[in-house]
Design a protein around this ligand. Structure first.
Ligand code: 13P
Ligand code: SF4
Length: 302
């Protein structure tokens, strides 16, 4: 079946079955186009609590689908590809956190949502790239152990001067963005404003014009008087911004950056997941209960 025919069938299936398709901003263009709702990690987690649909098909990596399940445990959360994980989330385990908590007993443990449900169950508070800085500012005075992203952690530490320990995890996609990429982008597009995701190295974050989550990039592009933008994040975001604001111009920062894990989700797999309804996210009840505390605390504080 070609893409057009597949998309048409998906549209019919999701309506007939009343399954809501929720997708992350890094999804393939054709997957973005069949989604009911698109968003960043925080927006996707919030949607779970707010929508009336009992069944959600989450097009994104595993931790995103797990977060929806943890926040709305009675809902059925489907994934088009159970093997689409986030390598950064796999850089720390629940066992690591239990050990660290003994070594740092007076620290508040804060986990980026790019973690497994088991890790979320072991920490005090979660955060996403759109609220991490604001949450740490609210926690002033606390010593924080931040995990797993050393780049996001370094950015927060630099911006707040908080006493922080950092786990050495990183995103293999954003960690590749270098000063040369920013410089090349600026040379090729001298009028463009440089937006960058905080999973990128600190030196590049400090040199860019705005450090933003993917959701915040949309608000920034909407409200900025600029007409051209360098997009320092995964290439799916360039398509997302260009579709929303056709009158403006968006360019990858120097070269395209691709998350192969996000791209594992295809129209064929979306169609199959809707048809079979077999690829359901399952998490142990006791893990859900514990992980919900750190995720809900984040939602309450944001
Ligand atoms: P956002 O929450 O900014 O969409 O980021 C999620 C992510 O995985 C970035 O790599
Ligand atoms: Fe994980 Fe990086 Fe892919 Fe985001 S872009 S899902 S952090 S590997």
């Amino acid at each position: 079946m070609n893409k057009k025919a597949l998309s048409r069938e998906i549209e019919e299936l999701k309506k007939k079955k009343k399954i809501l398709i929720v997708a992350h901003n890094y999804q393939r263009p054709e997957v973005q186009d069949i989604a009911d709702i698109l968003g960043d990690s925080l927006e996707l987690a919030r949607i779970a609590a707010g929508v009336p649909e009992e069944r959600i098909l989450l097009c994104g990596v595993k931790f995103m689908a797990e977060s929806v399940k943890i926040i709305s445990p009675r809902k059925t959360v489907l994934t088009p590809e159970p093997e689409a994980g986030c390598p950064m989330a796999d850089m720390i385990t629940g066992e690591d956190v239990r050990r660290l908590r003994k070594e740092y007993p007076d620290y508040l443990f804060m986990a980026y949502v790019n973690t497994s449900a088991e890790v979320k169950a072991e920490v005090d508070l979660c955060c996403t790239s759109s609220n991490a800085l604001a949450l740490v500012k609210k926690l002033k005075g606390e010593k924080i152990f931040f995990l797993p992203d050393k780049n996001l952690g370094s950015w927060i530490k630099d911006q707040t001067q908080t006493e922080m320990e950092l786990w050495p995890g990183f995103c293999y996609v954003h960690n590749r963005i270098q000063m040369e990429d920013l410089e090349k982008g600026r040379q090729e597009h001298p009028e463009a404003v440089a937006m960058i995701h905080p999973e990128s190295p600190l030196q590049v974050l400090k040199a860019a014009d705005a450090v933003l989550s993917t959701g915040q990039m949309i608000t920034y592009a909407r409200t900025s008087p600029a007409r051209e933008f360098l997009v320092g994040t995964e290439e799916g975001m360039v398509y997302r911004l260009q579709s929303l604001f056709p009158e403006k111009l968006f360019y990858p920062m120097g070269r395209p950056f691709i998350c192969d894990n996000m791209k594992k989700i295809t129209l064929e797999k979306v169609h199959k997941a809707l048809t079979d309804e077999e690829t359901i996210i399952q998490i142990d009840e006791s893990v859900i209960q514990k992980a919900a505390q750190s995720l809900n605390r984040m939602l309450e504080m944001s």
